[in-house]
Design a protein around this ligand. Structure first.
Ligand code: ZN
Length: 423
């Protein structure tokens, strides 16, 4: 029999009212039962108070309780570092299995990330490294400088990346198949692999040493081995090197300066990819800022940014500047304006620019349509969820193309002020 803990005292008296009817305008109360069997419970509470700031929709309320009356099942927990698996009987006791439609959802969840990448030709590691060796003299890359090949090819050992230290420091990162393991544009995991590779090479000196220190089971360290490739999304959430690894790495060639540069970069990858793993879009669209170079910044989406090609930037800016929208066969009315935008972005020969824009506004040419499709695809790839990217895509209703984002959420660098463009 399991005895329930009996509350010994309350920090604040209960109101006595029975909250059987939920008032949606009232903030929801979360009750935190703080076990006074913990001698440092007060410290814990202060720490939690600081982190759990009450907001408009949730109120946290602490209650001191004591579990001293509970009888222990085991004298000592065996191997506290490892989680025991729950038996079906135990799970049934904790969470009885009511029939529900959740089962069909679980199947769907599995098919998203447990599908394996399609077989693709795999290159030998030897060939990959040889290739880098061949490229070095052609590109004037000295033998003592790190060269990393970013390749869509799979490799014989099925690793996402690897490296070697001799005869020269070089490595490779597979740039494909990431979508089978995570929801984020692949530059996030690839950038993470690159940083990891650099730090491991500096810190351990060689692949051999790196493998000696690699954690076979994930500990949330950059040196987690990730035998199951599906564990990679866990690794991506790690911007940390564990103390044991760091001690070794700093004794070798990993400098404090490099570590100081890598840390914020990894942290940015961690925060942004964690944001992209969310299953639900935010209630409100993020404000959008277009900087001097025409790069899109999603200010409330962990500062995610989207870099479009020059002509795509011109098209996108045009639609931002014309929230009322336009039909594609009327684009030619704005030929000069689009040309001004394009020249601002791409400082090129005017006759070449005129040719690009002439094609774009020609109603008999599919150019504008293609550019819009490509912009929309890039936004979809970056922002992942329809509830997010649909605010920013160029969409059409009865032939009129426009960006649905409300103008109050759009902020443009002064450079894109229409009146100053033609000057
Ligand atoms: Zn470690």
């Amino acid at each position: 029999m399991v005895k329930l803990p009996i509350p010994t005292s309350f920090n604040s008296p209960l109101t006595g009212s029975h909250h059987t009817i939920t008032d949606p305008s009232m903030p929801e109360t979360i009750h935190l039962l703080l076990d006074t069997a913990d001698p440092e419970a007060d410290d814990l509470r202060r720490g939690l108070d600081d982190l759990l700031q009450n907001n408009g929709s949730l109120v946290f309320r602490f209650h001191n309780v004591s579990t001293e009356g509970l009888s222990a099942v085991l004298d000592k927990a065996k191997n506290t570092g490892e989680k025991n698996e729950l038996s079906p009987e135990e799970l049934e006791w904790i969470e009885p299995s009511y029939p529900s439609d959740l089962d069909s959802l679980l199947v769907e969840e599995q098919t998203i990330f447990q599908k394996l990448p399609p077989p693709r030709p795999a290159v030998s590691w030897e060939d990959l490294f040889d290739f880098i060796q061949q490229v070095r003299p052609m590109r004037d890359i000295p033998q003592n400088e790190l060269a990393i090949l970013l390749t869509p090819s799979a490799n014989e050992n099925n690793w996402f990346s690897s490296f070697r230290s001799s005869p020269a420091p070089e490595g490779f990162v597979q740039t494909t198949d990431w979508e089978f393991f995570m929801r984020a544009p692949r530059w996030f995991p690839v950038a993470h692999e690159i940083w990891t590779l650099i730090l491991q090479l500096k810190g351990f000196g060689s692949l051999r040493n790196t493998l000696r220190y690699a954690h076979k089971s994930a500990v949330g360290c950059l040196n987690d081995f990730c035998e199951e490739k599906s564990d990679i999304h866990i690794k991506l959430r790690t911007a940390d090197i564990c103390d044991a690894c760091l001690e070794v790495m700093l004794r070798r060639d990993l400098t404090q300066e490099l570590l100081a540069a890598a840390t914020p970069a990894l942290e940015k990858i961690r925060l942004q990819s964690k944001f992209l793993q969310q299953r639900f879009a935010e209630a409100e669209a993020s404000p959008l800022f277009i900087d001097e170079k025409g790069v899109l910044h999603f200010e409330n989406y962990q500062q995610l940014s989207c870099r479009l090609a020059p002509v795509e930037k011109a098209v996108y800016l045009f639609f931002l500047l014309h929230p009322e929208g336009t039909r594609l066969n009327e684009l030619s009315d704005y030929k000069q304006e689009i040309l001004d935008l394009y020249l601002c972005i791409r400082n090129q020969d005017i006759s070449a620019a005129v040719e690009v824009v002439r094609k774009l506004v020609n109603p008999l040419n599919n150019s504008a349509n293609e550019k819009i499709s490509r912009i929309n695809a890039k936004l979809e790839q970056l922002l992942c969820l329809p509830g997010r990217y649909e605010h920013y895509q160029i969409t059409h209703t009865s032939g009129t193309y426009a960006i649905p984002l409300v103008p109050e959420k759009i902020r443009l660098h002064a450079r894109w002020d229409l009146t100053s463009l033609s000057k």
